[in-house]
Write a protein that binds this ligand. Structure first.
Ligand code: NAD
Ligand code: UDP
Length: 381
């Protein structure tokens, strides 16, 4: 039995995906450079002998991995604050990362799913957005590094399928929220909850009339797994998201209710190119995967608030100002330090890890240089 590789597995969605796959009895290799992810998200998975963590950048060749049956490519910061901080790095992650992942799939024969995004539709002129819509995207705006990077990745997936018969799946993911989002993530749900819990003003950009459609993370993960395991007719892009549309102002009111906060609303300028409306047409997923979200916003928000309440002391403040090229507060590790720092953090948070490693059976699918008997690998090659 081969392993399933989850790149970006220590991030918000990836950590839930790793857990869901382990719950299904799979062997899971989680690859992450911890740029926006956290070891705290996956610490509870480490004792599982079918789980292995490899600290590695997806921009580097993945030649150490063998015996992989499926790959979920989630490696990329998803928050506008983080992906705009170093736009060239974001493009590199999307393009070079996709090529490395696809080369790995080609070599191992693994099926590979790309975590694409509703951002490929840009600021859409049609509503709701179905997969046939080609989008309204600029190659010059602040979001372009992410939007165009994800579009290029879709093209690479399509062409690897065409030229090399790589078995691809492409999920166009719409706004997703839930526990394991970083407090400093900068996206709207984590910002509003962090602000509400600490009594800070809730920062609404623009008048809050713009809409998003928020999907709870476990619903999304179920959709990702169904899409991965669907037949070859699902090699086309497939929307995954919750079709219930909400204005950002309504979201703020939901968060105030869920937290019982007395925070006031603060209106700040709307960022450039912020999409005005977004709602997925999920008929393709419903028809072919029998999938639709089942978690309503108040229920998902209540679970997310509970998570932030119990983790608040460890979390930095909400991140509201997009910056360019400078350090990001709350980002775990810099490029040069992430491997050592990650190892240090793992040892600190999980002092038993040495024993876990020596007790651990060698998992399938990983031949990292330090990982023969380890389930925590820190690879820098
Ligand atoms: P996240 O930022 O929490 O997770 C991304 C993970 O990828 C992090 O753990 C990060 O450390 C890792 N990563 C980033 N660059 C990397 C690199 N070069 N090499 C290895 N690891 C790297 O974001 P998320 O919300 O969990 O999103 C996961 C994926 O889903 C992303 O690809 C994102 O574009 C896509 N997506 C998410 C949403 C959403 O609302 N959550 C919406 C659309 C698309
Ligand atoms: N937003 C906001 N306040 C915040 C963060 C975000 O009003 O503190 C708005 C943002 O302008 C956008 C929406 O919330 O219209 C969703 O933003 P997010 O960054 O979560 O994701 P996006 O869908 O824009 O990528």
């Amino acid at each position: 039995m081969g392993s399933i590789l989850v790149s970006g597995g220590a991030g918000f969605v990836g950590s839930f995906l790793c857990e869901a796959l382990l719950d299904r009895g799979e062997h899971v290799v989680c690859l992450d450079n911890l740029q926006t992810g956290s070891l705290g998200n996956i610490l509870h998975l480490v004792p599982n002998e079918r789980f292995l963590f490899s600290a590695q950048d997806v921009e580097l060749p993945l030649s150490a991995f063998n015996d992989i049956e499926q790959i979920y490519n989630l490696a990329c910061p998803a928050s506008p604050v983080h992906y705009q901080n170093d736009p060239i790095r974001t493009l590199r992650t999307n393009v070079i990362g996709a090529i490395n992942i696809l080369e790995l799939a080609r070599r191992t024969g693994a099926r590979v799913l790309q975590a694409s995004t509703s951002e490929v539709y840009g600021d859409p002129e049609i509503h709701p957005q179905s997969e046939g819509y080609r989008g309204s995207v600029t190659s010059f705006g602040p979001r372009a590094c992410y939007d165009e990077g994800k579009r290029a990745a879709e093209t690479l997936f399509h062409d690897y399928c065409k030229m090399y018969d790589v078995d691809i799946r492409i999920a166009r993911i719409f706004n997703t929220y839930g526990p394991n989002m970083a407090g400093s993530d900068g996206r709207v749900v984590s910002n509003f909850i962090m602000q509400a819990l600490s009594g800070q003003p809730i920062t609404i950009y623009g008048e809050g009339k713009q809409t998003r459609s928020f999907c709870y993370v476990t619903d999304l993960v179920e959709g990702l797994i169904r899409l991965m395991n669907a037949g070859p007719h699902m090699r086309q892009p497939c929307n995954l998201g919750n079709p219930t549309e909400t204005t950002i102002r309504e979201l703020a009111e939901h968060v105030i209710e869920a937290t019982g906060s007395s925070s006031e609303l603060q209106f700040l300028p709307l960022p450039q190119d912020d999409p005005i409306r977004r709602r997925p047409d999920i008929s393709l997923a419903f028809k072919n995967l029998g999938w639709q979200p089942t978690t309503h916003l108040p229920e998902g928000l209540a679970r997310t608030v509970e998570y932030f309440e119990s983790h608040q002391q460890q979390r930095p403040r909400a991140m509201t100002q997009p910056s360019r090229g400078g350090p990001i507060v709350g980002r775990l590790f810099t490029d040069s330090l992430h491997v050592a720092a990650g190892e240090q953090q793992m040892r600190r948070l999980h002092p038993d890890s040495a024993q876990l490693r020596s007790n651990g059976r060698k998992p399938n699918g990983h031949a990292g240089k330090d990982a023969d008997s380890d389930r925590i690998g820190f690879n820098s090659n």
